[in-house]
Design a protein around this ligand. Structure first.
Ligand code: TRP
Ligand code: SF4
Length: 400
């Protein structure tokens, strides 16, 4: 049976914080049990905006990978690698650039948005314009079926889908395609090939989308089908040529609801974060310094949790009993704010304990991390090489 593949990347921004954990990382940890997953550091993407300041990329990359491992991403389940260590991404990016209309890139909404937002920087560069194309290469080179991304990245996945379609349309017509496709249909066996033909006809003559979905499901079930035949059968369904690049779908990662120390969303740019591996002293100090309901000037002034950022953290870390105690104690001035903050501090430290423990091993033995990544890069490269063989051949670059 064909198993769907998940791929996602993250730019190396340095130490990750609890907002990342409650958003992206917990999601990755869950996905790794459900699908074969590839997770990578998009270090070239970091250069699209930080080309003038590359000194930190390497350190940020290692720190981030340690954070992934600390959060529970398991190198035995998922493949972890670094984009620039799989140079095939760059080759695919180049080849795709030949057939990518400039207007498509200029119209990606993040292009102008980010240029305006980061206006202290000159982003009228070739590399920055190509950001979504590089991301497409990242996705298409692994024929990823599902790409977990935040809402802001959805246009990039849509762009990737359109590009894959254009590519297949343009280069998917191998000589003798019809005959080869018909041969491949026969290989399905008599019962399945009859069903396939019927579904194909229903789609081609009546435009029945359901038929196409059923046909995809049928093909997903078939074992022992050569990759090339599989691609032909997918392509033949819709009347086009061979499906060389797969159109990816996305999995929307819900935005993290993790509040920061000031009640806004936790984010590095608000300077309100607690990092995954922050020391216990620092966690304690930061939470103790958090602002509270301004009405509680003195210890015996009553307060209102709804007006206090500490209360938002109780929503993440405290059980019902504790929350009851807070509401009651705050409104009656029965507890002080430092009393109220203690269970939050405890909750964060409890959450961090296994992360700190896992990270400790890797920090003590950096070779362990290097090996995990070297293995991951090797696995990723194998997959990437396979796709590149097909791409080169489709684009007339297979020098036999
Ligand atoms: N652009 C993504 C982000 O900023 C990171 C990224 C690069 C990515 N290549 C990718 C995500 C491929 C998913 C798939 O979050
Ligand atoms: Fe906030 Fe707790 Fe102080 Fe009330 S008692 S103001 S909820 S920190």
């Amino acid at each position: 049976m064909y198993v769907e593949r998940v791929l996602s990347g993250m730019r190396p921004t340095g130490a990750l914080h609890l907002g990342h954990y409650h958003g992206v990382l917990q999601n990755w940890v869950k996905l790794q049990h459900e699908y074969p997953c590839l997770f990578f550091v998009a270090d070239w993407h970091a250069l699209t905006t930080d080309y003038d300041n590359p000194q930190n990329i390497e350190k940020n990359t290692w720190d981030m990978i340690i954070d992934w491992l600390a959060a529970g991403v398991d190198p035995n389940q998922a493949t972890l690698f670094i984009q620039s260590k799989v140079p095939e991404h760059a080759e695919l990016h180049l080849l795709l650039s030949m057939m990518t209309p400039l207007g498509w890139l200029e119209r990606v909404p993040t292009y102008k948005d980010q240029q305006e937002k980061l206006d202290n920087k000159d982003l009228s560069t070739y590399g920055f314009l190509g950001y979504p194309l590089l991301m497409s290469a990242d996705i298409l080179i692994y024929r990823a079926d599902k790409v977990p991304v935040g809402e802001d990245q959805i246009p990039h996945v849509e762009f990737t889908r359109e590009l894959a379609r254009r590519f297949n349309h343009m280069y998917g017509r191998e000589p003798g395609f019809e005959d080869k496709a018909k041969e491949a249909v026969k290989k399905l066996g008599s019962k399945k090939s009859r069903l396939y033909e019927e579904l194909r006809k229903r789609f081609q003559q009546e435009g029945d989308r359901e038929a196409i979905e059923q046909a995809h499901a049928l093909l997903d079930e078939v074992q022992h089908l050569a990759v090339a035949d599989r691609e032909r059968l997918f392509g033949y369904l819709e009347g086009g040529g061979k499906m060389i690049l797969a159109e990816p779908g996305y999995l929307l990662t819900e935005a993290s609801k993790m509040p920061g120390l000031d009640g806004q969303k936790m984010s590095k740019s608000y300077n309100n974060t607690i990092t995954l591996r922050e020391t216990a002293e620092s966690v304690s100090k930061k939470v103790r310094a958090m602002p509270t309901d301004p009405a509680r000037v003195r210890r015996n002034d009553p307060g209102e949790p709804e007006k206090c950022p500490v209360w938002q953290l109780h929503q993440v870390y405290s059980d019902e009993g504790c929350k009851e105690w807070v509401q009651q104690g705050c409104r009656s001035a029965g507890i002080g704010c430092l009393d109220c903050k203690q269970p939050v501090i405890d909750g964060i430290l409890r959450e961090q304990a296994p992360m700190r423990e896992r990270a400790q091993r890797y920090m003590e033995d950096p070779a362990l991390v290097k090996n995990i990544v070297a293995d991951g890069c090797e696995k990723a490269r194998e997959l990437a090489r396979e796709t590149m063989r097909d791409v080169r051949e489709a684009m007339g670059l297979e020098y036999h």
